[in-house]
Write a protein that binds this ligand. Structure first.
Ligand code: SAM
Length: 238
Protein backbone atom coordinates (compact mmCIF):
# COMPACT_ATOMS: atom_id res chain seq x y z
CA UNK A 1 0.00 0.00 0.00
CA UNK A 2 2.68 2.45 0.98
CA UNK A 3 4.40 1.68 -2.32
CA UNK A 4 1.81 3.66 -4.21
CA UNK A 5 1.58 6.57 -1.85
CA UNK A 6 5.07 7.00 -0.45
CA UNK A 7 7.78 5.28 -2.50
CA UNK A 8 10.53 6.47 -0.14
CA UNK A 9 8.92 4.87 2.89
CA UNK A 10 8.28 1.70 0.92
CA UNK A 11 11.98 1.43 0.13
CA UNK A 12 12.78 1.74 3.81
CA UNK A 13 10.24 -0.95 4.67
CA UNK A 14 11.58 -3.31 2.02
CA UNK A 15 15.19 -2.85 3.04
CA UNK A 16 14.33 -3.37 6.72
CA UNK A 17 12.50 -6.56 5.80
CA UNK A 18 15.31 -7.84 3.62
CA UNK A 19 17.85 -7.04 6.33
CA UNK A 20 15.94 -8.96 9.00
CA UNK A 21 18.18 -11.62 10.49
CA UNK A 22 21.18 -10.62 8.35
CA UNK A 23 23.96 -8.15 9.09
CA UNK A 24 23.83 -5.07 6.83
CA UNK A 25 26.32 -5.28 3.98
CA UNK A 26 28.99 -2.59 4.14
CA UNK A 27 29.05 -0.50 0.99
CA UNK A 28 32.28 -1.86 -0.50
CA UNK A 29 32.91 -2.57 -4.15
CA UNK A 30 35.64 -4.66 -5.74
CA UNK A 31 37.82 -3.50 -8.67
CA UNK A 32 41.05 -4.70 -10.29
CA UNK A 33 43.67 -3.92 -7.63
CA UNK A 34 46.08 -1.03 -8.15
CA UNK A 35 49.74 -1.82 -7.42
CA UNK A 36 49.45 -0.68 -3.80
CA UNK A 37 45.80 -1.54 -3.25
CA UNK A 38 43.70 -4.54 -2.31
CA UNK A 39 41.03 -3.88 -4.96
CA UNK A 40 38.41 -3.00 -2.36
CA UNK A 41 36.87 0.44 -2.68
CA UNK A 42 35.03 2.40 -0.01
CA UNK A 43 33.45 5.77 -0.84
CA UNK A 44 35.59 6.05 -3.97
CA UNK A 45 38.88 5.26 -2.17
CA UNK A 46 40.80 2.07 -2.84
CA UNK A 47 42.14 0.55 0.39
CA UNK A 48 45.90 0.00 0.49
CA UNK A 49 47.86 -3.08 1.49
CA UNK A 50 48.81 -3.45 5.15
CA UNK A 51 52.42 -2.58 5.91
CA UNK A 52 53.94 -5.87 7.09
CA UNK A 53 55.90 -6.20 10.33
CA UNK A 54 59.00 -6.61 8.13
CA UNK A 55 58.79 -2.82 7.75
CA UNK A 56 59.13 -2.22 11.50
CA UNK A 57 62.56 -0.63 11.13
CA UNK A 58 61.11 1.97 8.71
CA UNK A 59 58.71 3.09 11.45
CA UNK A 60 61.65 3.47 13.81
CA UNK A 61 63.97 5.19 11.29
CA UNK A 62 66.27 7.81 12.76
CA UNK A 63 65.12 10.68 10.53
CA UNK A 64 61.42 10.28 11.29
CA UNK A 65 61.23 12.82 14.11
CA UNK A 66 62.55 15.60 11.87
CA UNK A 67 60.81 14.50 8.64
CA UNK A 68 57.38 14.18 10.25
CA UNK A 69 57.87 16.39 13.33
CA UNK A 70 56.54 13.57 15.47
CA UNK A 71 57.38 15.64 18.55
CA UNK A 72 54.98 18.35 17.36
CA UNK A 73 52.38 15.72 16.51
CA UNK A 74 52.44 14.35 20.06
CA UNK A 75 52.43 17.85 21.55
CA UNK A 76 49.31 18.70 19.48
CA UNK A 77 47.18 15.90 20.93
CA UNK A 78 44.28 16.92 23.20
CA UNK A 79 45.32 14.72 26.15
CA UNK A 80 44.56 14.78 29.88
CA UNK A 81 46.81 12.98 32.40
CA UNK A 82 44.17 10.35 33.22
CA UNK A 83 43.06 9.59 29.66
CA UNK A 84 42.67 6.08 28.30
CA UNK A 85 44.06 6.32 24.76
CA UNK A 86 43.76 3.66 22.07
CA UNK A 87 46.63 3.76 19.57
CA UNK A 88 45.03 1.92 16.66
CA UNK A 89 47.49 0.35 14.24
CA UNK A 90 50.20 0.99 16.81
CA UNK A 91 52.93 -0.83 14.84
CA UNK A 92 56.11 -0.83 16.92
CA UNK A 93 54.59 1.51 19.50
CA UNK A 94 56.52 4.48 18.11
CA UNK A 95 53.77 6.77 19.45
CA UNK A 96 52.34 4.58 22.23
CA UNK A 97 55.30 5.09 24.59
CA UNK A 98 55.64 8.88 24.40
CA UNK A 99 51.85 9.20 24.70
CA UNK A 100 51.89 6.92 27.76
CA UNK A 101 54.19 9.45 29.43
CA UNK A 102 51.61 12.18 28.78
CA UNK A 103 48.88 10.12 30.49
CA UNK A 104 50.65 9.08 33.73
CA UNK A 105 47.37 8.35 35.52
CA UNK A 106 45.85 6.77 32.42
CA UNK A 107 46.99 4.17 29.92
CA UNK A 108 47.57 3.47 26.26
CA UNK A 109 45.99 0.47 24.60
CA UNK A 110 48.32 -0.34 21.71
CA UNK A 111 46.12 -2.15 19.18
CA UNK A 112 47.44 -3.94 16.11
CA UNK A 113 46.41 -6.92 13.99
CA UNK A 114 49.98 -8.24 13.63
CA UNK A 115 51.15 -10.32 16.61
CA UNK A 116 54.76 -9.61 15.58
CA UNK A 117 54.16 -5.88 16.16
CA UNK A 118 52.67 -6.63 19.58
CA UNK A 119 55.74 -8.72 20.45
CA UNK A 120 57.95 -5.69 19.72
CA UNK A 121 55.70 -3.57 21.97
CA UNK A 122 55.79 -6.18 24.76
CA UNK A 123 59.59 -6.20 24.68
CA UNK A 124 59.66 -2.39 24.82
CA UNK A 125 57.38 -2.41 27.87
CA UNK A 126 59.89 -4.63 29.68
CA UNK A 127 62.94 -2.69 28.48
CA UNK A 128 61.55 0.79 29.16
CA UNK A 129 59.72 0.06 32.42
CA UNK A 130 56.77 2.06 31.03
CA UNK A 131 53.94 0.06 32.53
CA UNK A 132 50.88 1.95 31.29
CA UNK A 133 51.06 0.58 27.74
CA UNK A 134 48.97 -2.54 27.06
CA UNK A 135 49.26 -4.49 23.82
CA UNK A 136 45.85 -5.48 22.37
CA UNK A 137 45.40 -7.87 19.45
CA UNK A 138 42.78 -6.36 17.20
CA UNK A 139 40.80 -8.03 14.43
CA UNK A 140 40.66 -6.72 10.85
CA UNK A 141 37.04 -5.71 11.53
CA UNK A 142 37.19 -4.83 15.22
CA UNK A 143 39.53 -2.91 17.51
CA UNK A 144 38.55 -5.33 20.31
CA UNK A 145 37.88 -2.58 22.81
CA UNK A 146 35.10 -2.43 25.39
CA UNK A 147 32.15 -0.12 24.83
CA UNK A 148 32.54 3.39 26.36
CA UNK A 149 36.05 2.59 27.57
CA UNK A 150 38.37 5.10 25.86
CA UNK A 151 38.76 8.89 25.89
CA UNK A 152 40.74 9.20 22.69
CA UNK A 153 41.39 7.01 19.65
CA UNK A 154 44.62 7.83 17.85
CA UNK A 155 45.36 6.49 14.37
CA UNK A 156 48.59 7.37 12.58
CA UNK A 157 49.20 6.23 9.03
CA UNK A 158 46.99 3.17 9.48
CA UNK A 159 43.35 4.02 8.67
CA UNK A 160 43.97 3.86 4.89
CA UNK A 161 45.08 0.22 5.44
CA UNK A 162 41.95 -0.90 7.27
CA UNK A 163 40.39 -3.61 5.10
CA UNK A 164 37.08 -3.01 6.94
CA UNK A 165 36.97 0.75 7.61
CA UNK A 166 33.24 0.80 8.36
CA UNK A 167 33.38 -2.02 10.90
CA UNK A 168 36.57 -0.64 12.50
CA UNK A 169 35.03 2.82 12.64
CA UNK A 170 31.84 1.54 14.23
CA UNK A 171 33.92 -0.34 16.83
CA UNK A 172 35.85 2.84 17.62
CA UNK A 173 32.68 4.92 17.83
CA UNK A 174 31.26 2.48 20.38
CA UNK A 175 34.53 2.22 22.32
CA UNK A 176 34.79 6.00 22.75
CA UNK A 177 33.08 7.62 25.70
CA UNK A 178 30.47 10.27 24.79
CA UNK A 179 32.38 13.42 23.83
CA UNK A 180 35.50 11.34 23.14
CA UNK A 181 37.73 12.17 20.20
CA UNK A 182 39.20 10.32 17.26
CA UNK A 183 42.47 11.78 16.03
CA UNK A 184 43.29 10.69 12.50
CA UNK A 185 46.71 11.38 11.06
CA UNK A 186 47.28 10.72 7.37
CA UNK A 187 49.75 11.97 4.77
CA UNK A 188 48.18 14.87 2.85
CA UNK A 189 46.44 13.50 -0.26
CA UNK A 190 46.05 17.01 -1.70
CA UNK A 191 49.80 17.59 -1.75
CA UNK A 192 51.72 16.01 -4.66
CA UNK A 193 55.03 17.03 -3.06
CA UNK A 194 54.53 14.58 -0.14
CA UNK A 195 56.67 11.61 -1.29
CA UNK A 196 54.23 8.84 -0.33
CA UNK A 197 52.27 6.45 -2.58
CA UNK A 198 48.80 7.69 -3.55
CA UNK A 199 46.79 5.05 -1.70
CA UNK A 200 48.78 5.74 1.48
CA UNK A 201 47.61 9.37 1.58
CA UNK A 202 44.18 10.88 2.30
CA UNK A 203 42.52 14.20 1.62
CA UNK A 204 40.58 16.08 4.32
CA UNK A 205 37.49 15.77 2.15
CA UNK A 206 37.72 11.99 1.84
CA UNK A 207 38.54 11.39 5.51
CA UNK A 208 35.76 13.75 6.57
CA UNK A 209 33.21 11.95 4.41
CA UNK A 210 34.16 8.51 5.76
CA UNK A 211 34.42 9.39 9.44
CA UNK A 212 31.32 11.59 9.59
CA UNK A 213 29.32 8.69 8.07
CA UNK A 214 30.04 6.83 11.32
CA UNK A 215 28.34 9.53 13.39
CA UNK A 216 31.36 11.65 14.34
CA UNK A 217 31.42 15.44 14.08
CA UNK A 218 34.27 17.38 12.54
CA UNK A 219 37.00 17.42 11.63
CA UNK A 220 38.98 20.16 13.30
CA UNK A 221 41.99 20.32 10.97
CA UNK A 222 45.44 21.02 12.40
CA UNK A 223 47.86 21.53 9.54
CA UNK A 224 50.99 22.03 11.63
CA UNK A 225 52.99 19.05 10.36
CA UNK A 226 55.25 19.01 7.28
CA UNK A 227 53.55 16.08 5.53
CA UNK A 228 50.41 15.01 7.39
CA UNK A 229 47.01 16.28 8.39
CA UNK A 230 45.91 16.02 12.00
CA UNK A 231 42.13 15.57 11.85
CA UNK A 232 40.20 15.67 15.12
CA UNK A 233 36.70 14.18 15.12
CA UNK A 234 34.34 14.14 18.10
CA UNK A 235 31.74 11.62 19.19
CA UNK A 236 28.63 13.61 20.13
CA UNK A 237 28.07 13.66 23.88
CA UNK A 238 24.31 13.21 23.84
C1 SAM B 1 52.15 1.98 8.55
S1 SAM B 1 51.92 1.18 10.09
C2 SAM B 1 51.85 2.57 11.21
C3 SAM B 1 52.25 2.21 12.63
C4 SAM B 1 52.21 3.34 13.65
N1 SAM B 1 50.91 3.94 13.74
C5 SAM B 1 53.23 4.40 13.31
O1 SAM B 1 52.85 5.43 12.72
O2 SAM B 1 54.40 4.20 13.61
C6 SAM B 1 50.22 0.65 10.05
C7 SAM B 1 49.87 -0.38 11.10
O3 SAM B 1 48.45 -0.55 11.09
C8 SAM B 1 48.16 -1.91 11.37
N2 SAM B 1 46.78 -2.21 10.95
C9 SAM B 1 46.29 -2.37 9.70
N3 SAM B 1 44.97 -2.66 9.75
C10 SAM B 1 44.62 -2.66 11.06
C11 SAM B 1 43.39 -2.86 11.76
N4 SAM B 1 42.25 -3.15 11.13
N5 SAM B 1 43.41 -2.79 13.11
C12 SAM B 1 44.56 -2.50 13.77
N6 SAM B 1 45.75 -2.31 13.16
C13 SAM B 1 45.77 -2.37 11.82
C14 SAM B 1 49.25 -2.66 10.64
O4 SAM B 1 49.39 -3.96 11.15
C15 SAM B 1 50.46 -1.77 10.88
O5 SAM B 1 51.18 -2.17 12.02
Amino acid sequence: MLAWLRPGICLLVISATCAAGQPAQAPYRMVAPDRDGIGKVYMGRQISHVMGHQGASWLERGGRRIEERTDLLIASLPLEPDFVVADIGAGTGYFSFPIAQRVPQGRVLAVDIQPEMLEIISKRILQSGIANVEPVLGGIDSPNLAVNSIDLAFIVDAYHEFSHPVEMGQGLFEALKPGGQLVLIEYRGEDASVPIKRLHKMTVQQAGKEIRALGFRGPEVLDVLPQQHILIFTKPSG
